[in-house]
Design a protein. Structure first.
Length: 164
């Protein structure tokens, strides 16, 4: 985050097969999900290309899906859906986990913000993950939205410009 603030963090922008990138991330995290008794599925993955930094985009989606696993319930589900309308790639990561209390939703992208301090310490979080994700989406010309209800799971929606 410090390097990004001082503009010394250089991105390696290239043409990427976004569908393939996301498929690889999901496949890598499936064993983690399985060990947590969570079902992780890529249920729709429309062919999509993007101009972006592969390392940073991997970090973004890895973090969001990893959070969906950590904050899910045993026997829970995570569905990843990729849709391409030609202008934007919309990637939804929907989980059946614990959800986020309404009063915290507007703060989750702030640096060092943790909804539950005790749970974050146990899982090794430092409150920077979602802030970094938001920065990555922003520097790629996109954004992240979140819909969540405590006790009913969360949906993180990442919008990124499609490569024309």
């Amino acid at each position: 985050m410090a390097r990004s603030d001082s503009n010394t963090d250089k991105l390696n922008m290239e043409s990427l097969n976004f569908s393939e990138l996301l498929e690889g991330i999901v496949e890598e995290l499936k064993p983690v999900a399985k060990s947590n008794n969570v079902d992780l599925c890529l249920i729709k993955n429309e062919l999509s290309y993007i101009y972006g930094d592969q390392t940073r985009l991997t970090q973004l989606f890895y973090n969001i899906i990893d959070n969906a696993i950590k904050y899910n319930l045993p026997g829970g589900h995570i569905n990843v859906v990729v849709e391409n309308n030609g202008y934007y790639i919309k990637t939804s990561i929907q989980d059946t986990g614990i959800g986020i209390p309404e009063e915290h939703i507007n703060h989750i992208f702030e640096r060092f913000y943790r909804v539950d301090k005790a749970r974050s310490r146990q899982s090794g979080g430092n409150g920077l993950g979602l802030s970094i994700c938001q920065w990555i989406a922003t520097v790629h010309g996109g954004k992240i939205d979140v819909i969540s209800k405590e006790g009913h799971g969360s949906t993180f929606i990442v919008w990124l410009p499609a490569k024309s």
